[in-house]
Design a protein around this ligand. Structure first.
Ligand code: FEO
Length: 387
């Protein structure tokens, strides 16, 4: 798609609606966009390329938007292949074009493009460095670990545009008009969730800039109500919940633990829980459950015992939370076992590694199936988790 963002900044990115899994793990029912921008000033700068899957379409967009001009610079803000995949081809096509990137990115470039000659073709930039395009100046702001170490963002001080790399990105191709927060949150926690502190550092730097437009590398260009998006990023990167609700995530082999989880959700609702969502970890999309867990203040994990450990779908879920730095939540545990319950101990050993978590006691143990004499224990646990 080619679309003017301002008179001299043109969107030249592409939609990818036939990708099966983004980063080979995330379902994207509405696809994803790989955004790229062209700044047509006295000098011409391309802001990032796109995934090689859509390289042909991007080069055609670029050719049309250039309207016969030649690019002077390709600004590489992020080296992940969904944005950097066409660097070598672009360098061949435009032999006078210089690559502008952080020093870290320049060091990493030959790892991806080992047979490309970069000597004499690159400009390394550091925090606070600038690049004049004639009528405007780009200011470079380093953003390491948002979400790779080489990342930088760029600020056009003339039109007050922040090119924010993966920051403020979302799943969903631009041809699908959908609410921003849900797919942006799923993208954020599953992809950048571990890096709350670096995102906070970037937000502090961004707070010193007067920003009118945010141009991310995925999802829509943000032009209005920027405080809303920045406010959510602030909350997410501080690991603060958005809802007082409860996520009940279960891993059930034969359906008995599922029944306990559903019953527990019912008890929570009767007791007036603000919002209760139930997820089947064997069947529901992992990134959806991770997103929900970060959105809500309370998490209940219910799982069957398995091989003196916990049923693997629950292990997988808790592992995902652990690597995304899940913290600052209330958590309750329900285990099920038929002869030697082990799920509770196994879940607890992972949860003990989460920071600032309040583990709600006592853990409830179910023996094989839900029985009337289990109800008081579930009622008591529900009272505790809702405190
Ligand atoms: Fe969209 Fe970190 O790549």
């Amino acid at each position: 798609m080619i679309k003017n963002i301002t008179e001299k900044i043109v969107y030249i990115g592409v939609d990818d609606t036939d990708i099966d899994l983004f980063e080979s793990q995330y379902v994207v029912p509405n696809g994803v966009s790989y955004n790229s921008y062209l700044i047509l000033d006295d000098k011409v700068a391309i802001m990032d390329t796109v995934d090689p899957r859509k390289g042909d379409e991007w080069f055609e967009n670029l050719r049309v938007a250039l309207a016969g001009r030649e690019p002077d610079y390709l600004v590489v803000q992020h080296l992940e292949p969904d944005h950097a995949g066409n660097i070598a081809k672009a360098m061949q096509l435009y032999p006078d074009m210089q690559i502008v990137a952080s020093d870290k990115a320049l060091k990493m470039l030959p790892q991806f493009f080992f047979d490309t000659q970069f000597e004499g073709r690159t400009i390394g930039v550091k925090e606070g460095d600038t690049l004049s395009l004639g009528g405007r100046t780009l200011h470079f702001v380093m953003a390491p670990m948002v979400h790779w170490p080489e990342v930088m963002v760029s600020y056009d001080s003339t039109e007050k545009v922040l090119f924010s790399a993966d920051g403020f990105g979302k799943f969903g191709a631009l041809c699908h008009d959908e609410e921003w927060a849900c797919e942006a949150r799923r993208y954020y926690f599953n992809i950048c969730g571990k890096y709350g502190a670096p995102v906070q550092a970037l937000l502090k730097k961004a707070a010193t800039l007067d920003i009118s437009i945010i141009c991310p590398l995925h999802g829509p260009v943000l032009t209005e109500n920027l405080g809303y998006y920045i406010g959510l990023y602030d909350k997410w990167s501080k690991y603060e919940p958005e809802s007082e609700g409860v996520v009940v995530a279960y891993a059930s082999i034969h359906g008995n633990t599922a029944e306990v989880a559903r019953k527990f959700a019912e008890i929570l609702r009767v007791k007036g829980a603000e919002e209760v969502s139930v997820f089947d970890l064997s069947r529901d999309d992992m990134s959806d459950v991770v997103e929900a867990a970060f959105r809500c203040r309370r998490l209940v994990v219910a799982a069957a015992s398995y091989d003196s450990d916990v049923f693997p779908p629950m292990h997988d879920f808790l592992y995902h939370l652990a690597i995304k730095n899940f913290c600052k939540r209330r958590i309750a545990i329900i285990e099920n076992g038929s002869w030697a319950p082990s799920a509770g101990r196994a879940m607890r050993s992972i949860i003990d590694g989460f920071k600032d978590v309040q583990l709600v006691e006592p853990m409830v143990t179910i023996l094989s199936s839900l029985k009337p004499n289990d109800m008081p224990k579930l009622e008591a646990l529900a009272d505790e988790i809702l405190k």
